[in-house]
Design a protein around this ligand. Sequence first.
Ligand code: IMP
Length: 180
Amino acid sequence: MQVLFATSNKHKVLEANVVGKRFGVEFKQLKMSYPEVRDNSVSKVALEGVKYVYSKVRKPVVVEDSGLFVKALNNFPGSFSRYVFDSIGIQGILDLMYARKNRQAYFLSTIAFHDGKVLKAFEGRVDGLISRKPSGSSGFGFDPIFIPKGSKKTFAEDAVFKSKVSHRVKSVEMFCKWFK
Ligand code: IMP
């Protein structure tokens, strides 16, 4: 079974397909950008995004919105993670976290699906800590500074662990179970 995945981020599609394979679901990248609503809920952003994309392609499609939520920063950057990554980047987050003892953070991922009739969202979460310095080179975004619960390595140092526990693995798993 194939479903379109509207995103410009090839890493998201790669990660989704690792999970999809287990369920016989293939995500086909649709390189299409869509307006992102300004809202601090990733689910709201994903749902509005998928409605827009469906209105253009008229085929069953998913979009994903995700973000990093840092406790000591009142859940900043949250749904604005891409903008923050592109502007102040990893070092910007580490600077904001300088001298902070509470390093707790989590990632959220919402997969939203629409086929013109059904509109559904699936949310996955992974908890962890913000590291003191960046480590590792795999993955994307804030992977080099996120140490998931149950590991001592960042997502960027241990892609295998990421592929088992990440927020995206969970949201995609929920979607695949339902989609089948
Ligand atoms: P968007 O979902 O395309 O709006 O972007 C989400 C942003 O959150 C990305 O640009 C990354 O900065 C960050 N992000 C989301 N998921 C991950 C992940 O799995 N690893 C690292 N950073 C992520």
